[in-house]
Design a protein around this ligand. Structure first.
Ligand SMILES: *Cc1c(COP(=O)(O)O)cnc(C)c1O
Length: 386
């Protein structure tokens, strides 16, 4: 690399820092949970996606120990060579059954699953229609697919319909987060499905934040969407499920096509089978998880009631564990986040470019692992913050 290129990087880093956009990693010791040690400080964490408190659950830890003794650590090969273990296979069947779809495929991460679905099902003859607030991995996947990429304003289905009407693409795919990751609101699944049917499009729904939570844990699909061959469903498994990976559920021919052609599936080592064993246990915990979901619902109500009349920001409308507190500028959001941290409460600021200019926010996430007192402490600290 020439020295000039290195200087440009250093300049770029300095600009990010001056714009309050510099990203730094917090250092976690011990297990993930509601109470964690971050940079050596004990804090109450309101920022993980471990919504059900399963990431360090004893039943999952035990499943990991048991599987480790049976199958070791590494998968050793890609799924299509010798890496496809019975644990992976059993999880796929159990997952498909649970979410009410005929078949499923397990991926190492949600990012890779999104790359797989869009690049395998779309090409330069396709058009992808995407809600503007979709997750970054869906944007990257659409671009990589070579399809023309058309975005519609958040929830603006009239605009989407106009775009579908004008499209001359051979294949159309409507793509949406099911629960929007920075806002906590839900896609209008049946209305999207109506449009997909009217214009003969696929409907791909990324339910990273709804699986394990909505509809007794089965995720945000409606009954019609479960039954529709044109709906392709993604759940990521590192959030409420508490483990790692992602699963796509769809018509068996879609799943077979992904298995045959999705490059991020074919050309990568299978995830460690012990993780799939943990996922099987996680699925059991999610199915029997009504008490966890009830605790989570009561925390959401408690927080929303407690923050009525707050001066420094406004809670955005959301019934999910994602409860964003809109602040405004990057600098103000950072300031509130820092003052909370001084009181032992970890709530990171989400800034541009992740969200639009002047909509910087604290992305508060709640978990069944929190106690009512944890939530009460956050409410009190926010009322005292300036
Ligand atoms: C987290 C997330 C992903 C990526 O999933 P990983 O398993 O973390 O790679 C994809 N889509 C959405 C909406 C997400 O929130």
């Amino acid at each position: 690399m020439s020295l000039a290129a290195l200087t440009r990087l250093q300049l770029g880093l300095a600009v990010r820092k001056a714009d309050h956009l510099e990203r730094r990693r917090l250092l976690l010791d011990g297990a993930q949970g509601a109470h964690v040690t971050i940079n050596g400080q004990r804090v109450i964490s309101f920022c993980s996606n471990d919504y059900l408190g399963l990431a360090a659950d004893p039943a999952l830890v035990q499943a990991a120990h048991a599987a480790l003794d049976q199958c070791g650590v590494g998968a050793g090969a890609a799924h299509l060579i010798t890496g496809h273990h019975r644990f992976h296979h059993d999880f796929e069947a159990a997952f498909a059954h649970f979410v009410g779809k005929p078949a499923a495929l397990l991926f190492s991460t949600g990012y890779m699953a999104n790359l797989s679905v869009l690049t395998a099902l779309c090409d330069r003859h396709s058009e992808v229609f995407a809600d503007k607030l979709n997750h970054a991995s869906l944007v990257d996947a659409a671009k990589l697919s070579g399809a023309s990429f058309t975005r519609f304003r958040h929830h603006d289905l009239a605009q989407l319909e106009g775009q579908l009407e004008r499209s001359t693409a051979q294949e159309k795919m409507i793509v949406s987060d099911l629960v929007f990751s920075m806002d906590g609101d839900l896609a209008r699944v049946d209305a999207l499905l109506d449009l997909a049917e009217r214009y003969d499009a696929w409907l791909y729904l990324d339910d990273a934040h709804g699986f394990g939570i909505l509809n007794d844990g089965r995720g945000g699909l409606t009954e019609r969407a479960r039954a529709s061959d044109r709906v392709i469903y993604l759940a990521t498994l590192g959030k409420a499920a508490g483990v790692s990976g992602a699963a796509v559920a769809a018509h068996p021919s879609v799943i077979d096509w992904l298995l045959q052609t999705a490059r991020p599936y074919v050309y990568t080592t299978a995830s460690p089978p012990l993780l799939a064993a943990c996922l099987l246990e996680s699925l059991r915990q999610i199915e029997a998880g009504e008490a966890r979901r009830e605790r989570l619902r009561s925390h959401i109500l408690h927080l929303r009631e407690g923050l009525v009349g707050l001066k420094i920001g406004t809670l955005m409308p959301s019934d999910t564990p994602i409860q964003p507190l809109l602040i405004g500028t990057n600098a103000d959001a950072m300031q509130v986040s820092r003052s909370l941290l001084q009181r032992g409460l970890l709530v990171p600021a989400i800034r541009t470019p992740t969200v639009q200019l002047n909509t910087a926010r604290l992305r508060i996430t709640l978990s069944a692992a929190h106690s009512a007192d944890d939530v009460a402490q956050l409410i009190a600290a926010l009322h005292e913050a300036v």
